[in-house]
Design a protein around this ligand. Sequence first.
Ligand SMILES: *Cc1c(COP(=O)(O)O)cnc(C)c1O
Length: 428
Amino acid sequence: MIYQRSSALFAEAEKYIPGGVNSPVRAFKSVGGTPVFIEKAKGAYLYDADGNRLIDYIASWGPMILGHAHEPVIRAVTEKAEKGTSFGMPTETETEIARLAVSMVPGIDKIRFVNSGTEACMSAVRLARGYTGRDKIIKFAGCYHGHSDAFLIQAGSGAVTFGSPDSPGVTRGTAQDTLLTDYNDPESVKKLFEANSDEIAAIIIEPVAGNMGCILPDEGFLQGLRSLCDTHGALLIFDEVMTGFRLARGGAQECFGIKADIVTFGKVIGGGLPVGAFAARNEIMNHLAPLGPVYQAGTLSGNPLAMSAGLAMLSELNDNPGIFESLEEKTLYLHKGIARLLNKHSVPHRINRLGSMISVHFTDCDVRDFKSSATGNNNSFKKFFHGMLDEGIHLPPSAFESWFLNDALSYEDLDFTLNAVDKVATTL
Ligand SMILES: *Cc1c(COP(=O)(O)O)cnc(C)c1O
């Protein structure tokens, strides 16, 4: 494939935007080469600036669960735009999406909308601290909760890819209140509680990690965290920015039958517009301004275009729960196909999957935490990534990212993808 115009556009972008991108992982630094510039997208396909058609496994990092330019979402946004794009005053659409989200997600009474997953997680932690009157949080290495200071401590994907797990600019004071431990290691969490008994406000976790590849919680791990929080009076925060409305109507809480105290959302909930949200039962949410003392605000929060896109998206998922099964079947088909082909070509690998999230790791170790995820052979991944791109398939440009399937993908698209894997695997 030819990427002449993309390369030229990237060179021009680099003059005015740091690294040419507005979010680091887009820059292809960990796979080499220059990024593909997108002109438009429809269904399962991206169309780039050189006129190439690419099958998309990024789905805008999650939101496009129904495929790109999904009709009901586009209609909702264009109809809304005619009526004005922002008022800074309440609208009925905000209540409509809030009511729907509360009905879909277990254990929440109220939800507050913000503009990104970062804001959602940052605000959830402030709320947990305000509610418990404690300062410290527990975070797991390799989990990503957005780029606010408290979370930029071994933060997965972007941060890991660039070898700067601790970003300059994060103060030591902030870092001190974030206690770090390993995913799927309940003993270490227990020890942290023992050593900091009355100081821990919350555990924040991706219930299925998606920012160090796709990593599933071991049997009983999340339940163990739930019990520890209950014993020690801390809150359990599920960061469902990736998993919310993707793994099931009620997200990971529904999949695993475990209730968190605060849940954060982003990605799917905005239908492709900038939206995040955090939610909890009344007792906790009523601590938030203007009802309570914990401050949180946003000029564009609950923006009418964003809310109408999110409402259209959630309505589709709520009315058609078969989408989740259809996605799961497609992802399983891809999983089995890739495993068969990599075995055929004797390429060492591990594949992790749940629902429509999947990751392929070029390693001999089971991938169940950040350390094992880092054993993947990045040279193999680079070759695999570029080989697939040449065949017209756009995978996430980092070995630490989960792939996201969208329901517009056909079995023909999946077979096309597997055909490409068969070719590319010979080069690994
Ligand atoms: C993407 C992501 C975030 C951050 O969301 P942004 O909208 O990029 O700020 C937070 N947590 C998880 C689990 C994510 O995947």
